[in-house]
Design a protein around this ligand. Structure first.
Ligand SMILES: C[S@@+](CC[C@H](N)C(=O)[O-])C[C@H]1O[C@@H](n2cnc3c(N)ncnc32)[C@H](O)[C@@H]1O
Length: 413
């Protein structure tokens, strides 16, 4: 099988170029898997950590049914907007043109997350635009996200881009971290300027959307890979990459997007604290009775015994929590994959200080525990090393390369 490097940019452009996302793999990679395994059009592909929706977009363009699940509502919106056609963008543009500039009903609460960065009138106007796109009463976040149309997702994506564009002064040296305060104070901008940037951003998508019509629309759901609303033995192929094991805070990384979508600080915090790979530790985390394969236990033991500060408390618990989440998700993946099905997974190795974290090996042992057999593995050297984002980690080792491993499993139980 001629598998493409997951991190190598897609030839001929990938429409994710319109919205920069650090954690994605390429459409070329997904296509090389679809071709390599000669997937029939009647197959169903699942990505339980769908992120920006590369798997579901590629499947859809190839006429294969797919389901994409992500727990971060912002990523669900990004994934849905990637299947947009010119028609969807046109619909979004027409609707947004009628949004008010001067007066609007103020629906901003005092703890609205946007107030971290924007002066009250600006935050208030952004909230008005966000509500205008949805056009209904607020509901449970899952219901809201799952019922958004493609053109509404395009409008949200343009509003994400507009908000991000105004947050230069809140960026930090870590590209996935947005500060809540800075010395220059909060952002002030005229409603009319904000609206015109917003409309400009919608129009920009004409240059990026699919020229090919989607053969089959994917099912894109806000949900948890630890408990999926999917029938047993119903999925032919899983193509995915789990959250990184490098304490990359997906919640903070997408805080401007979550602020636009939700506003409510408590709700945003709850989402952040539910994502696998979170930097926070659950209060009720039980560290006693968790089963792990030896390779994971050995790694956790080394972390716990490391002499650096908080290794035996915070870092040990945080990593244990990560592997526990991954373990529960793998059990779910095994439940939904058909007996003849495949599980294709992309993982990156890393270091904790100077301790090597052989995530591919750990993933293999967990997948085998849940009834998968390793069929093949291919390793690619990666320049996108998530561990490098944390500059302190460089104090512990010189080698900053990472290996991106593609693991192909078949189900055998
Ligand atoms: C490495 S990224 C996937 C990138 C994706 N392959 C792409 O091309 O964009 C992992 C994703 O898992 C999501 N995630 C984290 N915890 C989750 C959970 N418990 N259930 C579902 N998705 C989760 C994150 O929001 C993130 O989008």
């Amino acid at each position: 099988m001629n598998i493409r490097n997951p991190k190598q940019k897609t030839t001929g452009g990938d429409n994710i170029a319109w919205y920069s996302y650090y954690a994605g793999f390429s459409s070329d990679f997904v296509n090389s898997i679809i071709d390599g395994l000669q997937m029939p059009c009647t197959s169903i592909i699942l990505d339980p950590w769908n992120g920006s929706g590369t798997t579901t977009l590629a499947a859809s363009l190839r006429g294969i049914s797919s389901i994409g699940i992500d727990l971060n509502p912002a990523m669900c919106v990004v994934a849905k907007s990637r299947i947009a056609t010119h028609f969807d963008i046109n619909t979004a543009e027409k609707k947004v043109k009628y949004a008010r500039v001067t007066s609007f009903k103020n629906t901003l609460t005092n703890d609205d997350y946007l107030l971290n960065w924007f002066e009250y009138p600006v935050a208030s106007y952004i909230r008005y635009l966000a509500n205008y796109i949805y056009g209904r009463q607020s509901k449970l976040i899952s219901d809201k996200i799952n019922e958004l149309s493609v053109h509404q997702c395009i409008s949200y994506l343009a509003l994400f881009k507009t908000v991000r564009g105004l947050l230069h002064s809140f960026k930090s040296s870590n590209p996935t971290w947005i500060k809540k305060k800075n010395d220059l104070g909060r952002v002030d901008v005229l409603n009319a300027s904000l609206k015109s940037i917003f409309i400009h951003n919608i129009k920009e998508f004409y240059n990026h959307c699919n020229v090919r019509k989607n053969e089959i629309e994917p099912i894109l759901l806000h949900g948890n890979s630890k408990k999926m609303m999917i029938d047993d033995n119903s999925i032919d192929y899983v193509i995915t990459s789990p959250p990184y094991c490098t304490r990359l805070d997906y919640g903070i990384a997408t805080s401007p997007e979550l602020a636009v979508l939700l506003g409510d600080t408590i709700e945003i915090d709850m989402i952040r604290r539910a994502l696998t790979g979170r930097t926070t530790i659950d209060r009720n985390l039980d560290t006693s009775e968790i089963f792990f394969p030896k390779v994971i236990l050995d790694f956790l033991k080394s972390v716990k015994a490391h002499s650096s500060r908080a290794s035996d408390t915070y870092y040990y618990k945080n990593l244990l929590q990560y592997f526990n989440d991954i373990k529960i998700s793998l059990n779910e993946i095994s439940r939904v994959v058909k007996k003849t099905g495949f599980f294709i997974c992309v993982v990156q190795d890393s270091f904790y200080k100077d301790i090597y974290c052989d995530l591919p090996k750990m993933m293999i042992s967990l997948a085998e525990y849940y009834g998968f057999s390793l069929n093949s593995q291919i390793h690619f050297e990666s320049r996108t090393n998530m561990a490098n984002i944390n500059t302190i980690s460089k104090n512990y080792r010189k080698n900053t390369h990472a290996t991106e491993s593609v693991l192909v499993f078949t189900k055998d139980k």
